[in-house]
Design a protein around this ligand. Structure first.
Ligand code: SF4
Ligand code: SF4
Length: 410
């Protein structure tokens, strides 16, 4: 894989002003790789100067955005030519770089390398300005880190702080439906694990506190107090189902500038949504609030007896393979592997994870160079075109599964 540092020629072709990114007199047709928030913002800023989008998500590549066509990577190979110019806006640039290099043009740049705390003055349907700026900052950090040779930057890490949830969704992709005696992860263990990781990692853009429901762990405020003091962490996102009201005597912790809430509203099941949202609004704590979206049948654990090639294909198509998850002193590529390991629902295999205290190069290899996990054999996969299912159907009893001994089979 090639690491391309933008050269002066490229820098002179796009010019980031305070708010709008401009291409100066483009001689070539411009394509935007990635129809996410950053890609939409860029297209809106450039207005009519965009010939098309490129996106691997099949659901997106059949649509248009503002009348601009969206091509799959294979369609793009036929549509683009050596006179095309591509701006990559995908956060996980390492995942698309091979597709970019396979295009019939060598003229491409990574958007994030040209962003610099960019302020936004265009609105996008369904997104507020502060969220667009947040997304652009993430692209900036990820792209600059990707091209930096000696720094280890992680875009996001999910930290499991409890196995307990106030809901029991039978299709939970974090596998909470299988825990028969769920417990909280002790404060000391969480902090010890995280300190180990931060000894090696230079920067974590977004740390996500997850569970289950993170507020089931009464130590959450203590955990937040500790993590907010970590200089290497940019943002801490708390994923909650809004069933548990926020403690009013702990608001000083939540008002820290690093904290953002992600509130999933399960309708009648999220019985304290208005209370939680009111508290966030009154205290000016940033949050996103949305219904459960894009649920797929990814919470099933089953021995599919796949061969290596089949696991590689599943991994290649998986949209969850970069949801790095820290638990049990280990770093996993995805919450499925992490929780299947915690549950002993898959045979022990060293290749599923890496110890949190590993070296920079080992963490880099694990987070960017592997082609599958042994856990993929037990997973249905999370491809972009998986059919959607009805979200949040509740189960009264924990689901049964096969328990393996923790014997090293690798
Ligand atoms: S999906 Fe349901 S069970 Fe899983 S963490 Fe969220 S609310 Fe809990
Ligand atoms: S186990 Fe493999 S296929 Fe399943 S979510 Fe993780 S990376 Fe994706």
């Amino acid at each position: 894989m090639e690491n391309r540092v933008p050269d002066k020629h490229r820098l002179s072709r796009i010019n980031v002003k305070t708010s709008i990114l401009k291409i100066e007199k483009p001689q070539k047709k411009t394509y935007i790789y990635g129809l996410g928030t950053a890609g939409k913002w860029l297209a809106t800023s450039l207005r009519s100067e965009v010939a098309g989008f490129i996106d691997s998500d099949k659901k997106k590549s059949t649509k248009k955005f503002n009348q601009i066509p969206v091509y799959s990577p294979s369609e793009a190979k036929l549509v683009l030519d050596s006179n095309s110019y591509v701006i990559v806006t995908v956060l996980d640039i390492q995942d698309v770089i091979e597709n970019v290099l396979a295009l019939p043009t060598k003229d491409w740049v990574a958007l994030g390398c040209y962003l610099n705390d960019t302020k936004v003055d265009v609105t996008l349907l369904g997104e507020n300005i502060s969220y667009i700026e947040y997304a652009l900052k993430a692209v900036e950090e990820c792209h600059k880190a990707y091209f930096s040779k000696d720094k280890l930057f992680l875009k996001a890490i999910d930290v499991v702080i409890t196995e307990r949830c106030s809901l029991k969704c039978k299709d939970c992709s974090n596998l909470m439906q299988y825990y028969s005696s769920p417990d909280n992860i002790p404060f000391e263990e969480i902090i010890k694990d995280f300190d180990k990781l931060l000894n090696t990692v230079d920067h974590v853009y977004e740390l996500r506190l997850i569970g289950g429901e993170p507020f089931m762990n009464k130590d959450i405020y203590r955990i937040l107090r500790h993590l907010c003091n970590e200089k290497k962490i940019n943002k801490i996102v708390i994923y909650t189902n809004a069933t548990i009201p926020l403690k009013t005597d702990q608001l000083d912790v939540l008002k820290n500038h690093k904290i953002v809430f992600s509130v999933t509203d399960y309708g009648n099941l999220s019985r304290n949504t208005s209370k939680v949202i009111n508290t966030l609004q009154e205290n000016k704590i940033p949050y996103r609030h949305y219904p459960p979206q894009n649920w797929t049948d990814s919470g099933v654990i089953h021995d599919h007896k796949r061969n290596t090639k089949e696991m590689e294909e599943l991994f290649d198509q998986c949209c969850g393979k970069n949801l790095l998850t820290a638990t049990d002193g280990l770093l996993f590529r995805c919450p499925f592997a992490a929780n299947a390991h915690r549950l002993k629902a898959i045979p022990f295999d060293k290749k599923n994870s890496i110890p949190l205290g590993s070296s920079k190069s080992d963490i880099t290899d694990y987070t960017s160079k592997i082609s599958y996990l042994p856990a993929c054999n037990y997973c249905k996969g999370r491809s972009y075109d998986s059919p959607e299912i009805e979200p949040a159907i509740q189960t009264k009893k924990p689901l049964k599964y096969k328990v393996y001994n923790l014997v090293d089979v690798s």
